[in-house]
Design a protein around this ligand. Structure first.
Ligand SMILES: [Zn+2]
Length: 248
């Protein structure tokens, strides 16, 4: 099969959607994203965005693959244990979409590292990390450089996601929702989680990312919470905090 007919096949079901069409698919083909964290959320969102035919993806994780990852981090298998997550993820994703440009960052992310990436202006950033320090760092960078931030998390039977940006003068940021002074939050690292929950939230994050890319995302900042045990969704509007040190 030629490259061109592969591309046409890959894109055909998106092009059939009136809200995306050829124009939207062209935007997808030109899009760049950054995914921070190649755990359950990162594997799922990277998988779908990779298959959608985006142009470029930065993936960032400082961890190596561990046996405890295999229950939900669907890009990895037993022979990958001990290897760098970003390298194996890149190999897997390239098998599925050989045309994508994947850049790997095998480091803990902070402002300096983010600056070093020299991201193009409309790069969408997906926060799939599992700790609040990283989340605050990413948020700060997104507000400062006006990037859309698609944030997700999963723990036990519960998952949540929200989209922030890109007009931070008017709209809330991640720290309007979770402040560094709050002590009530809980890191997801090391806690129990049902494998498909991060998979589902990662897929939701990919949906929102594609909507942003295709200009069909509607601006309303809300936290979407899924309760897996009772199979219920809840939405909470996120308000801009007048005392937020990041977006004011
Ligand atoms: Zn804020």
């Amino acid at each position: 099969m030629t490259d061109q007919s592969l591309k046409m096949g890959r894109e055909s079901r998106h092009i059939s959607l009136s809200q995306i069409g050829e124009q939207g698919q062209k935007l997808i083909s030109d899009a760049t994203i950054l995914i921070v964290g190649m755990g359950g959320l990162g594997c799922a969102s990277a998988n779908y965005l990779n298959s959608s035919g985006i142009k470029k993806m930065f993936i960032c994780d400082f961890d190596n693959i561990d046996a405890t990852n295999l229950g939900r981090q669907v890009l990895f298998g037993p022979s990958d244990i001990g290897k760098q997550k970003v390298l194996i993820a890149k190999q897997q994703l390239e098998k599925i979409n050989p045309k994508i440009d994947i850049q790997t960052i095998n480091k803990k992310i902070n402002q300096q590292e983010l600056m070093r990436l020299d991201l193009v202006k409309n790069t969408i950033i997906l926060d799939c990390s599992d700790n609040f320090n990283t989340r605050f760092e990413i948020n700060k960078y997104c507000v400062k450089n006006n990037h859309y931030l698609v944030s997700g998390s999963a723990i036990r039977f519960e998952g949540q996601y929200a989209v922030f940006g890109d007009n931070y003068k008017k709209l809330p940021c991640y720290e309007c929702l979770y402040s560094q002074n709050d002590e009530s939050y809980e890191d997801c690292a090391g806690n129990g989680v049902l494998g498909p929950i991060p998979g589902m939230i990662g897929a939701m994050m990919a949906i929102e990312t594609i909507k942003i890319i295709c200009n069909i995302y509607t601006e309303k900042t809300q936290l979407n919470i899924y309760e897996g045990l009772s199979n219920e969704w809840r939405q909470i509007n996120i308000k801009k905090r007048q005392d937020c040190p990041i977006c004011n």
